[in-house]
Write a protein that binds this ligand. Sequence first.
Ligand code: SAM
Ligand code: DTB
Ligand code: SF4
Length: 336
Amino acid sequence: MTTTSLNEQPVRLVPRPAPATASTERWSVDEVAALFDLPFSELMHRAQSVHREQFDPTEVELATLLSVKTGGCPEDCGYCPQSVHFDTGLEAGKLMGVHAVREAAQRARQAGATRFCMGAAWRAPKDRDVDAVAELVRAVKDVGLEACATLGMLNDGHAETLRDAGLDYYNHNLDSAPDFYGEVITTRDYQDRLDTLERVRRAGVKVCCGGIVGMGESRRQRAALVAQLANLAPDYPESVPINNLVKVQGTPLGDQADLDPLEFVRTIAVARITMPRARVRLSAGRQQMSDAVQALCFLGGANSIFYGEKLLTTGNPDVAADMALLAGLGLRARRA
Ligand code: SAM
Ligand code: DTB
Ligand code: SF4
């Protein structure tokens, strides 16, 4: 029901019902797909313009990853070397202790990182796992780094426990478009992801949420992933990792055809335009990417990278190579 105010603007008297999923439409899939379809130079120009309104375009955030609990995961994500469903030769491990994590965080800080992200191959941590990770978060904060964790689906109280330990960000990726999700993962559904993201938001922890491209999805499905991220309620994520699939032998996607690198750059640029204030991270897949493509990603609005020799279980460019890349492009690392 609407009425008209003095200045003739319609005023809504009845509040809209709460949406069934944690989203609010800022960008339709058609609108995002139209960005993907722009001439490349036009897309890059628009992404640069948006980037410069919000950020210093010469600054890149360095985030270091550490797998604090590796392998043995009961989920069947078709891209992931850590699933028990696939034989990738990976050795599973127990949760790391606080001493080793503190040392890794200190090394990351000395190398220039400002964010430290701990990943665990869980479907959903148990209460005691969350308590143990909370200790790791405290250690990372003591070292003076921003702390991020990615532990799978969270239950009641988990996000609050992590927040109280000082966690700055929780990473939980939507990974693909809703209509592609079932092609890649059968052990959980999209709504499970949205539910955890809502718990993280409600606890007041910042959201790190992105996806993987190059899994065989269509351009429209890439657009639908970006639209999901951009439409998350009450706001889009503070941090958006865009991963290029790392093909691991033994996983169902181990032989997936390469994505056109310029399509990856387009995805970064579209993420930048639709989520202007987010840190858009050029994430997994850099070891397989030329410097020229990475430079285009920065031009397209990426302003964060994973930094350090390893992602979780696979390789990443070494520190010296990244320092040379940034220096060659006149970019500098964000300071704490
Ligand atoms: N188990 C938790 C979960 O799935 O949320 C946290 C760890 S999981 C490894 C974190 C993210 O890593 C996934 O959501 C996915 O985006 C990314 N990832 C895993 N394997 C990948 C691969 N081969 N290539 C690119 N990204 C990958
Ligand atoms: C994200 O979006 N990508 C990171 C981090 N968040 C946890 C993980 C990439 C993993 C790549 C495969 C591996 O090293 O196991
Ligand atoms: Fe498990 Fe996460 Fe890997 Fe999926 S992506 S198999 S949930 S570790």
